[in-house]
Structure formats: C-alpha cells, structure tokens
Ligand binder design. Structure first.
Ligand code: SF4
Length: 212
C-alpha cells in the first residue's frame, strides 16, 4: 500500500473509531482557544480546562488581557506550569492582537507566528479549528503515531508536519489530529502499542512490516 493510501485508510479508520473527535480544550472564542493552547504546552488539557474558567472570567478578551497585571495572570495560571513565561506571553500576545489586529485572532500562518508564544502547533490548531483551513497539529502523540505508522521518517515536529501535510486531505487534517490524541492515549500509547485493539493493523508497517 502506498503511503498516501495508507494515510487515508488510517484517517478513515480513526474516524470510525472516534466519530466525534473534537479539541479537548474548552473555549468560547478564538482568543480563548489561542490562550488555552499556549497554556497546554507541557501540561494536560484537563488541567488547562480547570484553570481557564477563572482566567477568562477575569480577562475574557484581548483588551482585558493586554492590561492584566503580570503577577495576577501568573497566579491564575500557575497550575499549568512554566507560568512566568506563559503569563508574559499571554499578555504580550494580547497586546499584539490589540495593536495589530483590532483584537481579533489572525487567520494565516505567517501572521499567527508573529504572536508571542505562538509556534506552528498552536497556529495549525487555530487555522484548522477556527478557520477551517486545515493544519497538521504535531504534538507528542501525533509525532509518535505517524512515525510508527510509517507516514514520516522524521522526529522534528516541523519536519513531521511538512512530510505528512500532503498525505491527509486538508478538510480532514484538524479532526485527524484530534483523533490522534485520543488514539495515542488509548491504544498506540507512548509506553506500549496495544496493537490487538487497533483498527489499523492491516496497514501499519510496525505491525505488518511486509505491507509497508
Ligand atoms: S498497529 Fe500497533 S503500532 Fe500500528 S498504529 Fe496500531 S497500535 Fe500503533
């Protein structure tokens, strides 16, 4: 099976397994998603979801966040870890949104990458989930599973993104990446691949080397 066919078969198998896959971060608008994704670095989505209600109650939009006292944002987001840097970035990012984008979240990779604390993973998530433009969100689960599935030979997230973006149709990329997170927690986990429970064994080269 060719790589592109395998990628599509895998995406379809995951869609059957997790038909309702959505972003596990809770948010009400693009600004809140942008903040939540930044907080999720080196932190679980569950912990972020416990932290953001108080943060967004105090600072619900770019205007409020841009004028927030640093120590107060640090206090509110402390459970998410790396809170000095994350708080600094949230405030700086909000200032940039206010000054350069009238408080809105931009809709291009180029503009998103200009924002404090925003890397390609965050930008792709915003482009896919908010603007429906597609985007491969390469987190630790995606990196591991795409490698095991033989869809990338790389380990650097940006290189994995470049290598796998052409393999998955644009309109499927966002949901596919959300499903990779669930699949990575349940079945193809970091500690062990539970191949006996996997719907992709027929075309996974790790499980079936002759089919690669
Ligand atoms: S067959 Fe095994 S290694 Fe391959 S994707 Fe499924 S769980 Fe992971």
């Amino acid at each position: 099976m060719r790589k592109k066919e395998r990628a599509l078969a895998f995406a379809n198998a995951l869609e059957k397994l997790y038909p309702d896959a959505i972003c596990s971060l809770e948010y009400k608008d693009p600004f809140q998603l942008l903040c939540a994704v930044q907080l999720s670095a080196q932190c679980t989505d569950a912990r972020v979801n416990l932290t953001t209600p108080a943060l967004f109650a105090a600072y619900p939009d770019a205007k409020a966040m841009a004028s927030a006292p640093l120590e107060e944002v640090e206090r509110l987001i402390k459970p998410c870890g790396f809170y000095h840097n994350k708080a600094k970035n949230l405030i700086k990012c909000a200032e940039q949104l206010l000054e350069d984008y009238n408080g809105a979240v931009p809709d291009s990779m180029e503009e998103l990458l200009k924002l404090a604390g925003v890397g390609r993973k965050t930008a792709n998530l915003i482009l896919g989930d908010v603007y429906k433009k597609g985007g491969m969100v390469i987190d630790t689960h995606a990196k591991r599973i795409l490698y095991r599935m033989g869809l990338t030979t790389k380990t650097d997230p940006t290189q994995v993104e470049m290598e796998t973006t052409p393999l998955i149709p644009t309109n499927m990329q966002s949901d596919f990446c959300h499903r990779l997170v669930l699949f990575g927690r349940d079945i193809c986990t970091a500690r062990k691949a539970y191949c006996e429970k996997c719907p992709a064994t027929d075309f996974c080269p790790k499980k079936n080397p002759k089919k690669a």
